[in-house]
Design a protein around this ligand. Structure first.
Ligand code: FCB
Length: 426
């Protein structure tokens, strides 16, 4: 059954977290000591433009948070930049830590519950030069960074690593993200290092900041089999991309991919699982496992993703069932220049969240991706997911109608069909 724009009022549980999610590299600007900056400037880079000043969030965070608070949000997911905090191995920038302490203060002042992400795709250049996530030292390096942060930056919620699967897939197996290794065999060891690094960060926070709720943020497409013959392949792909993380979160054990090592004590004491959801992936063994493109006529986005809110129900339920943990939607959003499409997208996807809750998933919050149009990795500034537009020369912020629509939902803790209709008509 498809999920349409709701025609009845839909309310959310008391205390539901409402906000948006952003990332340091995509918003701060001037992140020159990171592997991503180097990647953007490398000859032959797949990036269509550089991040440059991004949206100057490094300087404008305070007024940005004030704006988000005025738009009804009560939570905010933000990232800190490892390359700024630890510019050389073991060398800690007190100034960078002080900056992020002020960022956290500003969030509290604006009544936005901080969800702090330690790693969101970008790493320090020195970490990349050591071999990045494929290196034998990766876990110890990340543990040391996490410890510095845990001792200084106090927050109620910590997201250790954002979408490790995407980095393993696109950066190590593929060539689209740094380091662009293009080596299939690296997927396993990189996945292992990510899971172990999550576990290390959990340990460190439990020791130095036991009040923080700590979790991992997963990319969670709904993996579907195009036909009966593709079910086995679908299961294998799902296990490699998502299942191993679910298992590690539930049991504390990373079982490898059947042929390699087992790793114990890796995150079994996590407090929540973060779900990032955008679309489904259809696996077809007859097309050499390639995902089918959306069928002709399907609604799509600037990223070419198919809009399928029904699949959101599936991934939320699965995340809860497989990990036994509370779930936060740490990202869900749409790149589009049609703001009515964004309003429809939000209404339908929140209906899916409510359905997942009704069917047993313990979902406790929803963070729209993303507050402001920003640097969308290889696509530069060409993809507009934001609730708020940003003028690239003046950095002026202009909320879109969808920002006001989302504000109505946040304030009411509910979707109102009359309000929704008014935004779709205007
Ligand atoms: C997610 C990333 C985020 C952004 C959105 C569109 O995979 O975590 O940084 O690129 O997609």
């Amino acid at each position: 059954m498809t999920i349409e724009v709701p025609t009845e009022r839909i309310a959310f549980p008391d205390g539901f977290a409402w906000g948006s999610a952003a990332c340091a590299h995509q918003t701060e600007g001037g992140n020159w000591n990171s592997d991503w900056w180097e990647w953007e400037h490398r000859p032959g880079t797949p990036c269509i433009e550089v991040s440059g000043d991004a949206i100057d969030h490094y300087n404008r965070y305070d007024s940005d948070f004030e704006l988000l608070a005025s738009l009804g949000h009560n939570a905010h997911r933000f990232g800190i930049e490892w390359a700024r905090i630890e510019p050389e191995p073991g060398e800690i920038s007190k100034a960078a830590l002080d900056h992020y302490a002020r960022v956290i203060e500003s969030l509290h002042r604006n009544n936005l519950t901080p969800f702090m992400t330690l790693h969101h795709f970008s790493s320090p250049r020195w970490f990349a030069a050591e071999g990045g996530w494929a290196s034998e030292t990766a876990v110890d390096r990340f543990r040391r960074f996490a410890e510095v942060v845990a001792k200084r930056l106090e927050v109620p919620f910590v997201c250790t690593i954002n979408e490790p699967q995407i980095v393993a897939q696109i950066g190590y197996q593929g060539t689209g993200f740094p380091p662009g290794a293009g080596e299939n065999y690296l997927f396993g060891p990189v996945t292992r290092n990510f899971i172990a690094s999550h576990g290390a960060a959990v340990e460190v926070f439990k020791e130095h900041q036991p009040s923080a709720q700590i979790g991992l943020v997963l990319a969670t497409a709904d993996y579907q089999a195009a036909n009966e013959e593709s079910v086995k392949l679908r299961d294998r792909v799902h296990h490699r991309m998502v299942g191993v993380y679910h298992d590690a979160l539930r049991t504390g054990v990373f079982t490898g991919f059947g042929d390699d090592e087992e790793l114990r004590g890796v995150g079994g004491t996590s407090d929540f699982v973060g779900v990032n959801y955008y679309t489904r992936t259809v696996i077809d063994v007859n097309e050499r496992g390639n995902a089918q493109m959306p069928k002709p006529g399907a609604e799509t986005t600037q990223m070419g993703y198919e809009v399928v809110p029904e699949c959101f129900v599936t991934v939320l339920k699965l995340a809860h069932e497989k990990t036994g943990l509370p779930v936060y939607v740490t990202e869900n959003g749409i790149g589009t220049d049609d703001d009515h499409q964004r309003v429809r997208f939000i209404a339908r996807h929140l209906t899916a969240v409510r359905q997942a809750i009704d069917e047993g998933a313990d979902v406790r919050g929803y963070m729209y991706w993303c507050p402001m149009d920003n640097f969308e990795w290889t696509f530069g500034f060409s993809r507009t997911f934001g609730l708020i537009a940003v003028d690239r020369t003046t950095f002026e912020r202009t909320p879109k109608p969808s920002a006001s629509y989302f504000a109505e939902i946040c304030r009411a803790n509910a979707i109102d069909p009359v309000v929704t209709a008014s935004y779709l008509e205007s």
